[in-house]
Design a protein around this ligand. Structure first.
Ligand SMILES: CC/C=C\C/C=C\CCC/C=C/CC(=O)SCCNC(=O)CCNC(=O)[C@H](O)C(C)(C)COP(=O)(O)OP(=O)(O)OC[C@H]1O[C@@H](n2cnc3c(N)ncnc32)[C@H](O)[C@@H]1OP(=O)(O)O
Length: 281
């Protein structure tokens, strides 16, 4: 459940209709509490918020819109009771056209850069599983609050994918070099409790209501602070990593194309997709 807003008239909802979505309603919903200036961004691509090209474009557009709206903070979450974000849409990797794969990867880089470099404070409210690209979204935020009984991690190597340098750095920055190295190489998925222990998340919550309360508490810590000093400091800390990614982005894309177009990878992916289906039997 989303936090109740005292005066519904204060709630402004930006809605955009996207083509080619299986979800009901827009792919991303934003609810702005004009009293606090906090925006709740709700990822809304059912069933598991997997990141397709169009979905990532929508996330990028939403963040641009929020920057223009001069919000005071953002909470990133999902309407699902089980999944925050299941990572990249694996179907984007099944025998893709090279052009589309390049665009997918470029959008993933841009989604990371856009969320990582917001001027406003950001909290990931992780109310469900967050593998791979789901963990990436959470890592872009300044603060992470996770509901109990879910899993999070960069499990790419388990899927036959290399973790790109810019994402490795974000992980290192969050949990420290040693934990990041082992976690990225092994593709470890952490329980909520383990994630708290290594610092991959900052707080746990029993449910979404409690998580929302804690998220607002984090954003409230900046209430009386100059937004300029806050955001300038954040960007001084983060901009170099974004610039590094942008400088190396074409090499990164070439490496991904080589990785994904490889027949061994495609065979592994087919087996992985089958295993996802078999789990349901
Ligand atoms: C191009 C990349 C190359 C190299 C770069 C490498 C790394 C860079 C880092 C960023 C990118 C990372 C790559 C990825 O993110 S790959 C995706 C990794 N994600 C997963 O492996 C998650 C797989 N899913 C699950 O484990 C479970 O679905 C989950 C725990 C999330 C939820 O379980 P639940 O029981 O609630 O639901 P399911 O019944 O399993 O799923 C419902 C339907 O959704 C489909 N599904 C699930 N995940 C995905 C997905 N990632 N993409 C597309 N579709 C997905 C699932 O198959 C079910 O479909 P149906 O059977 O109902 O049709």
């Amino acid at each position: 459940m989303l936090r109740k807003i005292a005066n519904p008239a204060r709630l402004l909802t930006f809605q955009r209709t996207m083509a080619s979505t299986a979800s009901t309603g827009p792919l991303v919903r934003t609810e702005l509490d004009s009293q606090t200036g906090y925006a709740t961004v709700i990822l809304n691509r059912a069933p598991v918020n997997s990141l397709s090209l169009e979905f990532m474009a929508e996330i990028i557009k939403t963040v641009d819109e929020l920057e223009r709206s001069k919000i005071r903070g953002m909470i990133l979450t999902s309407p699902s009771s089980k999944v925050f974000c299941a990572g990249l849409d694996v179907l984007e990797m099944v025998n893709p056209s090279e052009d589309r794969l390049r665009s997918v990867w470029r959008n993933l880089q841009d989604t990371w850069a856009k969320l990582y470099g917001t001027s406003f404070p950001t909290v990931a409210l992780i109310n469900g599983h967050a593998p791979a690209g789901g963990c990436l979204l959470a890592l872009t935020c300044e603060y992470r609050i996770m509901c109990s009984n879910f899993s999070i991690g960069l499990n790419e190597t388990q899927l036959g994918l290399a973790v790109p340098p810019w994402l490795q750095k974000t992980m290192r920055n969050t949990v420290g070099s040693r934990e990041a190295e082992i976690a990225c190489i092994k593709g470890t998925m952490f329980s909520s409790e383990e994630a708290l222990k290594i610092g991959l998340v900052d707080e746990l919550a029993a449910d979404k209501g409690e998580a929302m309360h804690k998220a607002c508490n984090y954003l409230d810590t900046f209430k009386n602070m100059s937004p300029y000093a806050r955001s300038a400091t954040k960007l001084l800390l983060r901009n170099k990593k974004i610039e590094d990614m942008k400088r190396a982005r074409e090499d990164d894309i070439d490496r991904v194309v080589k990785n994904v177009m490889n027949s061994d990878f495609q065979a592994g992916l087919a087996a992985y997709l089958q295993s996802l289906k078999d789990r349901k039997k």
